[in-house]
Design a protein around this ligand. Structure first.
Ligand code: PSV
Ligand code: MN
Length: 406
């Protein structure tokens, strides 16, 4: 049955001029980093819920992440957040990850939970607090050296709630000062990924509020600084795929924090509310993958795809499985776009023809394709079912309640 479904699918795609061998190779190369904090207890600003079976330490978070990778082949690295994942010996954490078939991914400094940072970290008016924050950034560079991480992923909660509360231009300078110091400490193979967010926890202004501010900062710092697009960090109606195309054209797209948003930074399962947006993001990326400029093509191949979600009401591991599978599905659909057909229509000003050529790819059921690659990779055809039928979810209940939060 599955062979027949695939044969039909293959015939259909061939007729559209799609090379399925290439599509399959692209799908097998897709890597999505999962966040260590997505395996721990989390909550809203109203309550952190404690779940049974949640990892008690960073080592156990990697064990859970290994389930996601083992069943999907999609998630070989795990981002860490410091101090949430602080350990005495990072080489031990690194060997543990490697023994599970994983690597340690982006290192995320945390400059938002210390009492001192209530009025800002690197942009605090108090020089001693700014120093403390900059030192934490330097500490994270050292950690990345030990973990073998390429990416340092930065997000700042810095901002103000009221006009006059802070000198916006001074704060801009302080931000640049701290990032320059960090940039100089990085090794040549490291990247600084600068994340922006329009609001929350600050509500009047955020020091890095949008992609333009992050981009400007990255440009001032140098080629190892790039922009990180968290899909939940935009104002309603923002055209994220346009931002993606723009940054790719400037060769400054460092990566993504994928999650789903309806209202603000909802941090829910990516692709659960607006899968078409995710598909259109991949459309822009795949369009740039065929660019004449090798720099743009290189940027495409270096994009870090990461999940940034905290699952408060869902079971942690299945929620992470759902997330990486949703990304894979939309990527598969985007791979079915016939770019020559889209540009022919666009160039002849055939508005509906161009829109149709993009949308049509989204409308295909890619299940036979995904089953075929999973079979070829020796993976379960239905990773979610395989997890739910395994004993892992029951076995970890022995960890009890009160595991690591965030
Ligand atoms: C902030 O909302 C953010 O997106 C940053 O990436 C943080 O590091 C992460 O969430 C923490 O959950
Ligand atoms: Mn994020």
């Amino acid at each position: 049955m599955s062979d027949r479904a695939y044969a039909l699918f293959e015939e259909q795609q061939k007729a559209r001029g799609i090379n399925l061998d290439e599509v399959k190779a692209n799908l097998k190369a897709l890597k999505i980093e999962t966040p260590s904090w997505g395996y721990g207890d989390s909550g809203t600003r109203f309550k952190v819920f404690q779940k049974e079976g949640v990892p008690r330490n960073p080592f156990e978070k990697f064990e859970d992440a290994a389930q996601v990778h083992g069943l999907t082949g999609l998630a070989p690295s795990v981002a860490i957040h410091i101090p949430w994942d602080k350990v005495d010996d990072y080489s031990k954490l690194r060997s543990h990850a490697e023994s599970l078939g994983l690597s340690i991914g982006a290192v995320n400094p945390n400059l938002f939970q210390d009492e001192d940072y209530m009025l800002g970290s690197v942009t605090n008016a108090n020089a001693a607090i700014r120093r403390k924050a900059a030192d934490h950034l330097l500490e994270c560079v050292d950690i990345a050296k030990e973990t073998g991480s390429r990416d340092l992923s930065l997000w700042f909660a810095d901002g103000t709630n009221y006009p006059g509360q802070g000198d916006i231009r001074k704060r801009k300078g302080w931000m640049h000062e701290a990032l320059s110091e960090m940039y100089k400490a990085m090794t040549p193979d490291m990247r600084m990924l600068i994340e922006y967010k329009c609001f929350e926890p600050a509500f009047y202004h955020t020091d890095l509020a949008d992609w333009g501010m992050a981009f400007n900062m990255a440009q001032k710092l140098g080629p190892q600084a790039e922009v990180l697009v968290d899909t939940g960090h935009h104002l309603p109606g923002a055209n994220i795929e346009h931002i993606v195309a723009y940054l790719l054209d400037e060769k400054r797209l460092g990566g993504f924090h994928f999650n789903s948003r309806k209202y603000a930074d909802d941090d829910l399962i990516v692709g659960s509310v607006n899968p078409y947006e995710l598909f259109l993001i991949f459309y822009q990326i795949l369009n740039a993958a065929g660019d004449a400029d090798p720099g743009v093509r290189q940027n495409v191949s270096n994009i870090a795809y990461m999940i940034d979600q905290s699952h408060n009401i869902e079971q942690k591991i299945p929620a992470m499985l759902r997330s990486v599978l949703n990304v894979q599905t939309q990527f598969a659909k985007a791979l079915l776009i016939n770019h020559a057909e889209v540009s022919a229509a666009a160039e002849s000003n055939d508005v509906l023809g161009a829109e149709d050529a993009v949308r049509r790819a989204f409308e295909f059921d890619v299940t036979p394709l995904l089953h075929a690659i999973r079979e070829e990779q020796g993976l379960p055809l239905d990773p979610m079912k395989a997890y739910l039928n395994s004993s892992y979810g029951k076995d970890i209940l022995a960890r009890g309640k009160g595991g690591a939060s965030w």
